[in-house]
Design a protein around this ligand. Structure first.
Ligand SMILES: [Zn+2]
Length: 304
């Protein structure tokens, strides 16, 4: 539950910049939705970016996770539940990642699409990904989700299918560029152990051929016991881990404690589930943050 308090603090900070941004302008959008745009709901940021990129000015994106909030803990407000009724299509990610969204899905009028169903999950390509919902951190999964969004938007607006297909191809090319970077950035590294503060980067680690350790269990509401932390610290020490990665939205006390005890330095990563208004205003997005993540991990693990 520690995550909740941190998320609230971030919301309060982000609030200062959110007041001047009206609906539809949250995504650093160059174009406002046209009058015939359809309302499409996305349960959190990376999905909202996909919908925005595929739909262009023909969608009015309703992101159910407000900028700066933690996607795991999001609780839909009465207003959001009402807005959700206007959505022609609602895209979400499985049952467990955002329980509040999943609960709301059953009562919406429009079509609902579970994007987790189009991504290979646990046991398919990634044995260590069990319990990790962060499928979007492997760009290949973003590509699969983008194709599905394009299909579903085309079903909702067949007259715009050609535009959605063209938009999705352009976005997929960018995503594949990120994937290629991951494939080449970690070929020779001093360490292949990626240590993160929350159980989030196993899909990325799998793609990069790294081994992920997390300082928190896969259930975000649980914490490791003192004995588990001690065992993990010893493992990290013998693996000669020299960098531990924190995340903006998660309390970093444990990261600092463990880093200090094994003489490692601390860097940070962006798991992209709670991008802030300040980030959006600075035109940061999935692509730019993933390129940053690649750079920081490569630097932290001594890759060349
Ligand atoms: Zn997460």
């Amino acid at each position: 539950m520690k995550r909740v308090r941190w998320a609230v603090a971030v919301v309060l900070l982000a609030g200062a910049t959110s007041a001047c941004r009206g609906p539809g302008s949250w995504f650093g959008m160059k174009k406002q939705p046209t009058g015939d745009a359809i309302t499409v709901a996305a349960s959190f940021y990376p999905i909202a970016e996909i919908v925005q990129r595929v739909g262009g000015d023909k969608v009015n994106v309703l992101n159910l996770t407000p900028a700066g909030t933690d996607a795991h803990d999001v609780e839909l407000t009465a207003k959001q539940l009402q807005q959700l009724q206007d959505a022609k299509v609602t895209f979400y990610l499985g049952e467990k990642f955002q329980p509040s969204v999943f609960k709301a899905i059953s009562s919406v009028k429009g079509a609902t699409v579970d994007l987790l169903k189009v991504t290979p999950t646990s046991g398919f390509t990634c044995g260590t990904c069990d319990g990790d919902p962060h499928v979007w951190l492997n760009p290949s999964n973003m590509v699969l989700m983008t194709k599905e969004v394009s299909l579903k938007l085309s079903a909702a607006r067949p007259d715009l299918a050609a535009m959605f297909t063209a938009n999705s191809s352009a976005y997929i090319a960018e995503l594949e560029g990120v994937g290629k970077k991951i494939d080449t950035a970690f070929s020779t590294c001093a360490s292949r152990v990626l240590v993160t503060s929350h159980y989030s980067f196993s899909y990325f680690a799998n793609r990069a051929n790294l081994t992920m350790y997390s300082l928190a269990p896969s259930n975000p509401d649980a914490q490791l016991s003192a004995q588990q932390i001690e065992k993990l610290t010893n493992e990290l020490k013998s693996a000669r881990v020299s960098t531990i990665f924190s995340e903006e939205m998660v309390a970093s006390t444990l990261v600092n404690t463990v880093a200090q005890s094994i003489g490692a330095s601390v860097s940070s990563l962006q798991p992209l589930e709670g991008i802030t208004n300040a980030d959006l205003k600075a035109d940061k997005n999935y692509i730019t943050f993933q390129l940053d993540n690649i750079k920081r991990i490569a630097q932290g693990l001594g890759c060349s």
